[in-house]
Design a protein around this ligand. Structure first.
Ligand code: SF4
Length: 385
């Protein structure tokens, strides 16, 4: 009995795939070796954009074709949203869902992605994820702490907390995300936590204060903006205004100077005029995050936004994305330059092809440097980058 897993999409899927692998191994399956066909193949799919669905469909067809005698199981968001479409592909054995509320990945030696929350009650008008993943829910804090201890026992030093809407943690257990991070901070062996992505309205002052005082929570936030124009934000069904976003970023910087801030932006949402886009651009120039994750709006069947008037052409979306990419490159260069001559603590993650060590600073800059391989997996001091 051998298995193979293909994972598409986000870090949540990667965490869940690791859990699927561990469960299969408990049932007696062995991971198939390269080039060998596995008796069971799992495809953990994604449906965040039309392109992700296309990729998932193509992968399923290829796996079925190349593994005619294997059991092929499809799971993940695409499987949840388009089960009938998948069942119609000849050769697919089963469409399944992952039910675990916590999972963690151990693919990297020094970093693990820990899923602490699933589902979302926000229902943004462009999004299919809340449909695929259902209501916001989580495991009890004690269970998450136990999983964190298991991760620590493997020698992993850094955990990235992931979820669909992580700041909404506690909805099903009557806790808060703040309660969770206070408990996680006490787990021995873990030296670094990062919070994968948190809605600006849910990133509270309590959380910011606690993380700034903690030795373990890194000065690194990933905060979705999506649009710098209030009417677009409203049409998206987002729960903050541009003004609230700007004030939140100021607060982040008050508590955490020299913080790395990654920001998500969608370009070409239905009805986004040139002027609306310019508002987004100038807000980002003002706020100066360290990095932009840029997503051209993708029409998703079944969503409200898909039926909205004023769909933006692919060419305009591409142009807007290119302008933001250029801005993002500038912002990252500026942030990197600001950090260059300062001391940093680096978690050494491995070696490059050229034999140098590499790792990340507290504020998420990737660095390469000469050093001793025995330091891999530990935190070292660098006087300057
Ligand atoms: S917050 Fe909005 S975009 Fe994020 S998962 Fe929930 S519905 Fe989707």
């Amino acid at each position: 009995m051998t298995y193979k897993i293909y994972t598409l999409g986000c870090k949540l899927n990667f965490a869940e795939s690791s859990t699927i692998a561990r469960k299969l191994e408990q049932q007696g399956f062995l991971r198939s070796v390269r080039g060998e066909t596995a008796s069971r193949v799992v495809i953990n799919s994604c449906a965040v954009t039309a392109q992700s669905e296309k990729k998932a469909r193509e992968l399923i067809r290829r796996v079925v074709r190349e593994n005619p005698n294997s059991e092929v199981i499809v799971t993940g968001c695409y499987a949840k949203l388009r089960a009938d479409e998948i069942k119609a592909i000849e050769g697919v054995t089963r469409v399944d869902t992952v039910k675990e509320l916590t999972s963690y990945s151990l693919a990297e030696r020094t970093r693990s992605f820990l899923k602490v929350q699933d589902g979302c009650d926000y229902h943004c008008t462009y999004c299919t994820v809340w449909r695929a993943r259902g209501k916001s829910r989580n495991a009890p804090i004690a269970d998450i702490v136990a999983q964190t201890e298991q991760i620590a026992a493997t020698g992993v030093k850094e955990i990235v907390l992931t979820g669909v809407n992580i700041g909404d943690f506690g909805r099903s257990t009557d806790d808060t995300f703040f309660d969770l991070i206070k408990e996680l901070d006490r787990v021995g062996g873990i030296e670094r936590y990062r919070i994968s992505s948190i809605e600006p309205n849910l990133l509270t002052e309590d959380i910011l204060r606690f993380c700034s005082e903690s030795q373990k929570f890194m000065p690194h936030y990933h905060i979705p903006l999506q649009s710098g124009c209030d009417s677009v934000l409203r049409a998206m069904g987002r729960r903050y205004t541009t003004d609230e976003f700007e004030r939140k970023i100021e607060l982040v910087r008050t508590y955490t100077p020299n913080v790395f801030i990654g920001v998500d932006v969608i370009v070409g949402f239905p009805g986004e005029s040139d002027e609306d886009f310019e508002q987004t651009y100038s807000l980002l120039e003002r706020v100066r995050p360290s990095f932009l994750h840029i997503f051209p709006y993708s029409q998703r069947p079944g969503t409200k936004a898909d039926r909205m008037e004023g769909q933006v052409s692919a060419i305009v979306k591409k142009e807007r994305a290119a302008r933001l990419k250029e801005l993002s490159d500038r912002l990252l260069a500026e942030f990197t330059a600001k950090n260059e001559n300062a001391p940093h603590k680096i978690l050494v993650e491995g070696t490059t092809k050229e034999g140098k060590l590499f790792g990340h600073t507290e504020n998420y800059l990737r660095v390469e440097f000469d050093g001793d391989k025995s330091t891999i997996g530990s935190v070292v001091d660098l006087e300057k980058l």
